[in-house]
Unconditional design. Structure first.
Length: 451
């Protein structure tokens, strides 16, 4: 190949494809530092390449390579081709990347591509999108820039790192899948993982690289604790990190199941910020909320009393501990008719990159007839009771239609470069009906764009 086309060909071997990516990183960064990347473009062949025949593939690869001389850097920076695996399965590896609200998805385009070239040979051959095949050709100037944001790591996540860096730096509009030929290779995305490097660099805690593989998580930010999350939200006005929101919801559902299971006359009323979620989305807690506020009522005596929480050896305390809850504060206001105030933390040690902690403020009170709360609904998977009076209280206290943070300020993102910005709910000019909503449901914990 070197003799035929005047190319410099560098090969490396490793024990497995994962280690090959570390070799690729080393070689490319060495070449970049010595200013020895290709004069015009650089071909990067994936370690998942499953066969290579110079006579069969070389001429077509050369034809694709020559495209970079035809187009300027702002038009063409990255070029891939369709792929076929060892079983003869052909694929169209042109994907849309979405990185938002601490989540990442790769998905296929509804009609195959997002853009096209208006002139030249690429007009008939090239389809634009955010990411292409594992083997790809980079304009060398673009690759040199991208490598500055790529971490040395084993496995297909290295290619994901290149994809996300290109997406972040605006190369998506100059990325094309062209039909000069086919790469005989296995798709890299099913092998990708959400590594600590990717999670931290791109502020992502949940990713779907390939729908058949499912969700990958890494709680690099949520594991820093509730205080960090509170500071993040109050300082920048962001949606809370994904893992934190999931653990907060899990704690709410788990504690509710425990309470309902203690006695048939037990019920729950959501209060304060958790109650305000009734006007936001019954399937979710508020995306920028950071704790649970609720009243755990009983028609008669509660099955858990003050002593049960004070005594660490009581059945109630042991059950809560086994579920992952720790009691951090107990205040007895029962003499004033206000019940027992219990502050809890929930510790999920199973989350990757964890543990992740959530905080709950619960009021426990008996002899509260259900007739005071005759209505029922489900909030974030928990059956709750409510009433007209509760609705009126929440509306008066929080001006329910006005979406605000805990400092009673209208939502507005103070870090526009962050992927987890809340909507801008500030009033502009004389607008009497300002818009204030996320553009779609992607902000929901379990909603992912999947191909």
């Amino acid at each position: 190949m070197s003799d035929m086309y005047g190319w410099t060909v560098i090969t490396r071997s490793a024990a497995d494809p994962g280690a090959c990516f570390e070799e690729l990183d080393d070689v490319l960064k060495d070449l970049a530092s010595l200013d020895r990347l290709g004069t015009l473009a650089t071909i990067v062949l994936s370690p998942f390449l499953q066969g290579w025949n110079l006579q069969q593939h070389g001429l077509r690869l050369k034809s694709a390579f020559d495209m970079f001389a035809q187009y300027t850097p702002n038009i063409l920076s990255v070029l891939g081709m369709p792929s076929v695996d060892v079983d003869g399965q052909w694929s169209w590896p042109l994907r849309h990347i979405r990185r938002q609200y601490w989540k990442l998805t790769y998905s296929s385009y509804p009609t195959g591509s997002a853009r096209y070239l208006r002139w030249g040979s690429g007009k008939k051959l090239c389809h634009g999108g955010d990411s292409v095949s594992g083997s790809r050709i980079y304009r060398s100037s673009a690759l040199r820039e991208l490598l500055q944001g790529v971490d040395r790591q084993a496995g297909a996540s290295w290619l994901v790192n290149l994809d996300l860096e290109a997406h972040k730096r605006g190369f998506g509009r100059s990325t094309f899948l062209c039909t000069h030929g086919m790469f005989p290779e296995e798709d890299y995305l099913p092998h990708a993982d959400l590594t600590a490097e990717l999670a931290t660099r791109y502020e992502v805690e949940a990713a779907i690289f390939d729908a058949s593989v499912g969700l990958r998580t890494n709680c690099a930010f949520s594991s820093r604790g509730p205080d960090f999350v509170n500071e993040l939200i109050s300082r920048s006005f962001l949606v809370a990190p994904w893992c934190f929101r999931r653990v907060l919801r899990d704690s709410w559902q788990k504690l509710a199941r425990w309470w309902h299971g203690l006695a048939t006359d037990h019920y729950i009323v959501a209060s304060d910020g958790t109650g305000l979620a009734l006007f936001r989305n019954l399937h979710e807690l508020i995306p920028w909320d950071t704790d649970i506020d609720a009243r755990f009522f009983a028609k008669f005596d509660t099955a858990a009393n003050l002593n049960d929480f004070v005594d660490n050896s009581s059945r109630i305390s042991v059950e809560l501990k086994d579920l992952g809850f720790t009691c951090t504060s107990i205040l007895d206001y029962s003499a004033r008719g206000a019940g027992i105030h219990v502050a809890l933390t929930y510790d999920d040690e199973q989350m990757r990159g964890g543990p992740v902690l959530a905080e709950l403020d619960i009021v426990i009170q008996g002899h509260m007839p259900k007739a005071r709360f005759p209505l029922a609904t489900k909030l974030a998977g928990v059956s709750v009771r409510l009433s007209q009076d509760l609705q009126d209280l929440l509306v008066r206290k929080y001006s329910a239609p006005w979406k605000q943070n805990k400092m009673d300020q209208s939502l507005v993102c103070l870090d526009p470069s962050h992927n987890a910005c809340v909507p801008n709910c500030t009033i502009v000019g004389a607008d009497e009906t300002p818009d204030c909503e996320f553009p779609d449901r992607f902000v929901e914990i379990d909603f992912f764009e999947q191909s």
